[in-house]
Design a protein around this ligand. Structure first.
Ligand code: PBG
Length: 322
């Protein structure tokens, strides 16, 4: 007890503090989301996501090479198609924007390519699935997801990441991959994806804000922790290789609980709104951007996530290599 015992003793020396750091970020922890737009010729920026470029397909090789040599181990690809339609057919076209981006990156770079698997960037209504009677129909959507999975794997994706929150999506995608000779392609399942306000800026980039109703009929109620564990358990049973919680910082309790209950690798997605908040506050001089970035990422890893999907990935890796 005090005064013999003093917690501050171990905080007084920088070298001791370094030695006793419990949670260490590593460049290999990170996945950087990348956006490709089929209809642009030069890189484009979105106001609500400062510093996050949308690339034309012609930049794919150059960008991938640069990122890999700067220490980025993995990227997660999103595509913005020239045309959107009712069924989101651009998502499973062999000549689709993401399929083309994957082929270009694969041909020249060693970076790990993870492809987001969803319809919302490709449907004219912005929903993640097929509409029937004004509602997103689970079972009509699954055959489309199978087609998307196969086409992403054909293009060369190493991993697919289904983010649509349809029931049965993981087992359907596993079967589609196995049936099309892609047994080695793994599934990073967005298992507990919450219906969150923090996706706002992403939808500015992807022009994927849903029309009519929101996504609450398929994404999870932010208030529900037990249900999140049920979602994850089902994805594990259906054959997910990696499970994910998304968003990250408002859901650290879910990450922590998932880490305790499941032994699979766990990813967390620090989403667009989490990034934009820090950027906006820093731009106003209200936060130290570098410290807020590193603290937010460390909190996600400390909660139990192995993999950090973040728009800060490149800056964080740079920081870690200093
Ligand atoms: C596609 C998808 C979304 C995000 C990742 N995959 C959009 C959504 O669900 O609205 C959001 C990522 C972010 O906000 O950074 N379904």
């Amino acid at each position: 007890m005090f005064p013999q015992e003093r917690m501050r003793r171990l905080r007084s020396d920088e070298r001791v503090r370094r030695m006793l750091t419990e949670t260490r970020l590593h460049p290999d922890d990170f996945v950087l989301p990348l956006f490709f737009d089929e209809s642009i010729d030069t890189v484009k920026y979105t106001e609500s996501m400062p510093g996050v470029p949308t690339y034309p397909l012609t930049d794919a090789k150059k960008v991938a090479e640069r990122l890999y040599s700067s220490g980025i181990n993995a990227v997660m690809l999103f595509g913005i198609p020239r045309h959107k339609d009712r069924d989101g057919s651009g998502a499973y076209s062999a000549d689709g924007v993401v399929q083309n981006a994957i082929r270009r990156i694969e041909s020249c770079s060693d970076v790990l390519v993870i492809a987001d698997l969803c319809l919302c960037e490709y449907t004219d209504h912005g929903h993640c699935g097929i509409l029937s009677g004004g509602k997103v129909d689970n079972d009509l959507t699954l055959p489309k997801y199978r087609m998307v999975a196969e086409s992403l794997a054909d293009a060369g994706a190493h991993m697919v990441a289904p983010s649509g929150m349809m029931d049965g999506q993981v087992s359907n995608i596993r079967e589609a991959l196995d049936d099309s000779c892609h047994k080695e392609v793994s599934i990073m399942a967005y298992s507990a994806k919450f219906c969150s306000a923090f996706y706002g800026p992403f939808r500015d980039i992807a022009h994927s804000a849903p029309s009519g109703c929101g996504r609450e009929s398929y994404q999870m109620n932010p208030a529900n922790g037990r249900e999140a564990m049920s979602e994850i358990r089902r994805d594990v049973e259906e054959g997910a290789d990696i499970i994910m919680v998304k968003p990250a910082m408002p859901y650290l309790d879910i990450i922590c609980q998932a880490r305790k209950e499941f032994s699979l690798p766990l990813a967390a997605y620090q989403v667009s709104g989490e990034y934009a908040m820090i950027k906006a506050a820093a731009a106003n001089g209200w936060l130290d951007e570098r410290r807020a970035m590193m603290e937010s990422l460390a909190s996600i890893k400390r909660a139990g996530s192995d993999i950090l999907i973040s728009y800060f990935a490149e800056e964080a890796v740079k920081e870690l290599k200093k």
